[in-house]
Structures are given as C-alpha cells and as structure tokens.
Design a protein around this ligand. Sequence first.
Ligand code: COA
Length: 252
Amino acid sequence: MTDHIQISTQDRVTFLTIARPDKKNAITQDMYAAMAKAIEDYDRTDDARAFIITGEGDMFTAGNDLQDFSTDDSGDAEPPVARFLRAVRDCEKPLIAAVNGPAIGVGLTMLLHCDLVYAARSATFGAPFVKLGLVPEAASSLLLPAAVGMAVANDILLAGRTLTADEAVSFGLVARVFADDELASAVQKIGQHVAASAPNALKFSKQLIRGNRTEIEQQMEDEAKLFVAQLKSPDFRESVAAMMEKRQPVYA
Ligand code: COA
C-alpha cells in the first residue's frame, strides 16, 4: 500500500492524485500498482463514470522513480508498471488528465492513452528516455508520431525536446490550456459533464475513435523487450549515475 496515490470519488467522478511532492511525484512500483488497481476498479464499476488523473503541487509527475527503475522484484508476475500501462491502454471508459505541471517520461506517455487531456499554462511535456539510456514505452514510439507528427515526435524522443503547454496544444497532444489556478475546477466540470453523459455512447465512441488496438499491443511488447534490455546496460547505469551526480554522462 502507498499513501502517495490518493483516490477520491465525488458525483461518480473518480479523482486520482499522484501525491509525492518531495520527489516531484516520481512514481514507484507501489504507486503504479495503486494506479493500476484504481483504473481497473473504475473500469468494472458501473456507477463510476469519469476518471481524472492529476498531480499534487506544481508537478504532474517526474516520471518513473529513478532509484526504483531497475529494482523489479515481481519475479514471473506482471511488474506493476506493466500492469498500469495495460490498465490505461485497455480502459474502456473515458480517462481524463489534468496536467498541472511538468509531465516527464511516463507522465507524457500515459497521456497518449487518455481520452481528454487538459493542461495548466505552466505544464511542460518531455520524454527523455534516450537521456537515461532507455527507449520509449507505452507504445509512445507509435502513438506520439501519430499524435504530433514524425518530426516533432523525433524532436521529443530523440533530441530530448520539452514542449510548453501552448506547443502541446498546437501539436494536438493537449485539448485545452487553462490558467494554473483554474485547471482543477475546469477539469472537474468537464468530468461532471462526462459523468452525466450516456455511458454506453461514451464507451462505444471511445472504441470507434481508438480503432484496432493490435498494433499498439505489439508495439508495447517490442518496446518492453528493448526497455528491459537497456535497463541492464552500461549506458543506463552511466546515465542515472551522471544525473544523480549532476554531471555529463560519458558513454563508452
Ligand atoms: N525519481 C526519483 N526521484 C526524483 C525524480 C525521479 N524521477 N525526479 C526528481 N526526484 C527527486 C530528486 O532526487 C530530489 O530528491 P532529494 O530532494 O531527496 O534530493 C527531489 O525529487 C527534487 O528534485 P530536484 O531535481 O532537486 O528538483 P528540480 O526542481 O531542480 O528539478 C526535475 C525537477 C523534475 C526537472 C528534475 O528532478 C528531473 O529532471 N528529474 C528526473 C526526471 C526524469 O528523468 N524522469 C525519468 C523519465 S523517463
């Protein structure tokens, strides 16, 4: 169990808050497990109609916890991060993101599986996998080029570009930007609107919009194999050491 994921429900809207502000809301395996369970519960509970993901404080999430990255002790069981990515990918009901600040790594890639993405003016978006000696995950190597175009996706995934909220809107990653202090209430209203809408119409519309998922599932499998291999690589060790020691990495 973890206190760093807070779940509350109001008027059939579930709120999930990533709440680990002293570590910039970096996500540990325990947190992934709690997030996966919350989404699975939402998906199978008839009376739950909308689901909003946000972060506490001034950060959405700094992504995977860097220390937790290579400490998978799940054995043959599905690792919590994989369970979470499967939960967001397969959720049949609307998922809403209120991106209240920087969204890094999985903070960005999870948005590609959310149906309604809104951001605060101060939000930023980056996926520095290569900087860590890693490769994209969550089918972002497929979904990001599809969302923003190959040139911008490469700028983000290969050259480490960070987008502002306005850029994210102009590239189609985010639907709307709100003032920082208006985001939460604006997205809550949208959540209430979604919760009051015809549930089957929403579910079937989502199915139609998303289309065939086979390619996405395959891409996630291909990415996961390379990701796990890179986690064991000298490049990954050097990248994390350099980041922790606040120095430039030196690759062999
Ligand atoms: N995993 C674990 N801890 C993290 C973290 C992460 N992904 N991101 C931040 N933290 C921790 C820092 O280690 C620090 O902990 P400490 O106070 O015990 O030293 C604390 O959060 C504050 O971070 P700090 O770097 O001092 O804050 P900042 O405002 O200068 O920078 C970020 C914030 C998010 C830009 C910076 O922390 C960062 O780049 N984090 C790594 C992001 C990343 O690469 N994620 C993985 C993507 S695949």
